[in-house]
Design a protein around this ligand. Structure first.
Ligand code: MSP
Length: 676
């Protein structure tokens, strides 16, 4: 029976559409899953969406939708992106599916029957953004994880006896050093657990968007217990069906659970404790990668600095994105995304590197050997340079296996591309095009050897790179006349397997060079994407740089798009009521690089913290604004300014020819108050 390999991504929240940060994790897992299949493992690759909890409930409210409507829409958007990218997931779990709900209730029952759940009262802080109970801070405090304001929760809840697992967890991390990778994350988790674990509230009773606690429907199960359970519910845990049970027996425990570094505590502390409490086996390993940064910050919806995968797929294709992310970023560390770097890598390594090697090698075999792989000389026409390529290929195979096994994608690809560079140099030095012009036997034998050597090295790189860039390597493999790459048994890859006389397929360029306009096109698409969201809702007014300018002595600032005004330019009270004006407090203010007039603000509006880009840098020093109360247009659709998403506008008076002045109050007004 073949070895099994079960791999999971985190299940993504459905409060926002996918961006390349989510794609990063999914691509890494897809690469591992594809490689495991090529190595012969019976592989199961799970992904899906996390759809319950207060955060989603509020996001739905804000979007004027029911939670189910929002989750259906966004979950479908994630799934169709993965389909478009050719992600080879075996199942896609949604936490609102009945199969999941019933099985989570079963997990809850097991933990309760084993004596690890009791009823109590929770009074403390809760961060809705992270869906996290925040220990030991007072009312109004900020979340230590994300810096957003926490909310005070006072509820009767069910508690999980997390404190009972302190020693067991520490023993786990010590006995199984690979349980958490990389090492830095393991150390963080160990010191967190050593500092003491408090029991964890695992139900909520003040909202209803969740899975009901069995036998006590006043409570819904804490969203992280619900979400983490997906890794077992999807493969059949808790199902009465025998086929499901067999599936669970077969695939659990997971071989690898991939996550981003911000959710380490949930996966490396809570998750193994829940499993131990239920008497279930623990995953073999959890790997936390770093963050994808854009314009120096973590790419995230709330920061508004996201890039859509679709943009890159449209212009350069999925393989370009996959290769870039895995080659450019040291897996486990943070790494930056930029369109410049993407296009540079694409042209250097794919168009000029692998693409060029494939097209020149295959074109010459087509031209000089009627599309049949030629015979490599073992005698007179052989040179040390030929053996050097064979030796390097052998070394590359073994090094790549080791590096891929350790999930060191960038080094594995660097090693494979070392072979591409060596073969390129070999071709230049051996001038097959010159040999091709000569008819003598010696030149012909030499030509056959050089082209065989190049084609064989090309085949090896193609096989090694297939899990990373499946579309283009499938094409090159077919051009080499070799059938389906994904069926190639990777563990058997060795030098000399390319048969003489193999008939080549149709030779075509695989990576067209990206010209200068590629970057511009992608940037424009991103800008359009942000403004498409703006068109979708009625505009609240025109603005420059996120300030809602009540112009003094000039025409009122109404949008050209605004269809609400009557012929005399007046609007009705209902029209005015559409504008959600609220009091907010500035928490963060900083200059926007390269823009003299713009400040990036984080404004707390009571229910959440908004990023707003405002054109007030000429009037105000960033530091002078911290703590200041301002008026914000809270229901303005987001727009992008200098690559930053602005979620709302600050109201200011803009005297003609003068600098904008912020609107403020003489009396103190609580944050979040509406202006009517
Ligand atoms: N729903 C939870 C996870 C529950 S798992 C039981 C969640 N969802 S999320 O939508 O916020 O997705 C988080 C994951 O998406 C990260 O852990 C990471 O895998 C990926 N990423 C999202 N943004 C990212 C970056 N900017 N950079 C790298 N990974 C990113 O947390």
């Amino acid at each position: 029976m073949s070895r099994k390999f079960y791999i999971t991504t985190p299940i993504y929240y459905v409060n926002a559409r996918p961006h390349i940060g989510h794609a990063y994790t999914t691509i890494a897992c897809d690469t591992i899953a594809r490689r495991q299949r090529m190595l012969g493992a019976d592989t199961f690759f799970l992904t899906g969406t996390d759809e319950h909890g207060q955060k989603i409930e509020r996001a739905a409210q804000a979007a004027g939708k029911t939670p189910q409507e929002l989750t259906n829409e966004v979950s479908a958007a994630f799934r169709s992106l993965w389909d478009r990218m050719g992600i080879t997931y075996d199942d896609y779990i949604r936490t609102t599916e009945d199969r999941h709900k019933l099985r989570v209730q079963e997990l809850f029952r097991r933990i309760r029957n084993n004596g690890y759940i009791y009823k109590g009262t929770y009074t403390g802080q809760y961060c809705v953004y992270d869906e996290l109970y925040v220990d030991a801070v007072g009312p109004g405090a900020d979340c230590p994880e994300c810096g957003r304001p926490t909310e005070t929760v006072h509820e009767e809840n069910y508690f999980f006896k997390l404190s009972a697992f302190e020693d067991k967890l520490l023993r786990l991390y010590t006995d199984q050093p690979d349980f958490i990778r990389p090492e830095t994350r393991r150390n963080e988790v160990m010191s967190f657990v050593r500092s003491g674990l408090r029991d964890l509230s695992i139900s909520r009773s003040t909202f209803s968007w969740g899975i009901l606690v069995p036998d006590d429907p006043k409570h819904v199960i804490y969203v992280w217990l619900d979400a983490l359970a997906n890794y077992i519910t999807a493969i059949g845990f808790g199902s009465p069906d025998q086929a499901d049970q067999q599936k669970f027996e077969k695939y659990w425990p997971a071989d690898l659970q991939m996550i981003g570094k911000e959710i380490v505590r949930f996966h490396c502390v809570y998750w193994p404790a829940f499993l131990m409490a239920a008497g279930l086996a623990l995953p073999h390993g959890i790997m936390a990668h770093g963050w994808l940064l854009f314009e120096e910050n973590k790419m995230s919806k709330s920061r508004g600095n996201i890039v859509r995968a679709e943009t890159i797929l449209d212009v350069l294709g999925a393989d370009a994105l996959r290769y870039f992310l895995l080659r450019e970023i040291v897996f486990g560390q943070d790494g930056s995304f930029s369109f410049d770097a993407l296009v540079q890598r694409y042209n250097a390594d794919l168009a000029n590197g692998l693409g060029n090697l494939a097209s020149r090698t295959l074109t010459m075999i087509a031209r000089y050997f009627r599309s049949e792989v030629p015979y490599p000389s073992h005698t007179a026409a052989r040179r040390p340079a030929d053996d050097a390529i064979a030796d390097l290929s052998r070394k590359t195979i073994s090094e790549c296996h080791t590096l891929f096994d350790q999930y060191q994608f960038s080094r594995a690809l660097e090693t494979a591309w070392g072979l591409v560079a060596a073969v390129d140099k070999y071709i230049v030095e051996n001038e097959p095009w010159a040999l091709g012009e000569k008819q003598d036997e010696e030149s012909r034998a030499r030509l056959g050897t050089v082209l065989y050597t190049s084609a064989e090295a090309l085949r090896i790189v193609t096989a090694l790179a297939h899990p990373v860039i499946p579309d283009s390597t499938t094409k090159i493999w077919a051009q080499l006349g070799l059938g389906e790459t994904k069926k190639f048994p990777l563990s058997e890859l060795k030098w000399g397997q390319l048969h003489l006389g193999t008939k080549l397929g149709n030779v075509q360029a695989v990576f067209p060079r990206a010209d200068k306009t590629a970057i511009e096109r992608m940037q424009k698409m991103e800008e359009r994407d942000a403004s498409a969201a703006t068109e979708a809702q009625p505009a609240a007014g025109s603005a420059s740089g996120g300030t809602f300018a009540a112009q003094v002595g000039g025409a009122p600032a109404t949008s050209a798009r605004s269809a609400v005004s009557s012929s005399d330019g007046k609007i009705s009270i209902d029209d005015f009521a559409k504008i959600d004006l609220r009091v907010g407090q500035i928490r963060v203010a900083e200059r926007v690089k390269g823009a003299d007039k713009l400040l990036r603000l984080e404004v707390d509006i009571g229910t959440e913290v908004r990023q707003v880009v405002a054109g007030i840098a000429e009037t105000y020093e960033p530091d002078s604004l911290i703590g200041r109360k301002v008026v914000i247009v809270a229901n303005l659709a987001p727009r992008k300014l200098r690559g930053l998403e602005s979620n709302g506008m600050i109201v200011a008076a803009s005297p003609e020819g003068g600098k904008p002045v912020l609107c403020s109050f003489l009396e103190d007004v609580p944050m979040g108050t509406r202006l009517k």
